[in-house]
Design a protein around this ligand. Structure first.
Ligand SMILES: [Zn+2]
Length: 93
């Protein structure tokens, strides 16, 4: 029987919560079916789209501000304005 396993250490190290040795993840976003060290079953720990959501969320937070900054800077530089509504249906006057 394994001794006390720190949930903080195993969680931060992505290690098996039962033994603290085997890896929990098979790839970057995919949970392994079982522990490679003790054989604990991870199949009932279905994360669904959770890992993908957090990766997309962090990427959006880090990528979108520079993208919006460049867009606003280009609009400012070129004095871009919104299309003005003329009220005559777009017909030339
Ligand atoms: Zn294990």
């Amino acid at each position: 029987m394994a001794g006390h396993v720190s949930p903080i250490k195993t969680g931060l190290g992505c290690r098996c919560p039962a033994c603290g040795e085997g890896a929990v993840f098979k790839s970057f976003l995919e949970i392994a079916p079982h522990c490679s060290a003790c054989g604990a079953d991870f199949s009932k720990a279905d994360a669904g789209d959770g890992p993908a959501f957090f990766v997309m969320f962090l990427l959006a937070i880090t990528i979108m501000p520079p993208v919006l900054l460049v867009l606003f800077a280009l609009q400012w530089k070129h004095s871009a304005e919104e299309v003005r509504w003329t009220g005559n249906g777009g017909a030339a006057s």
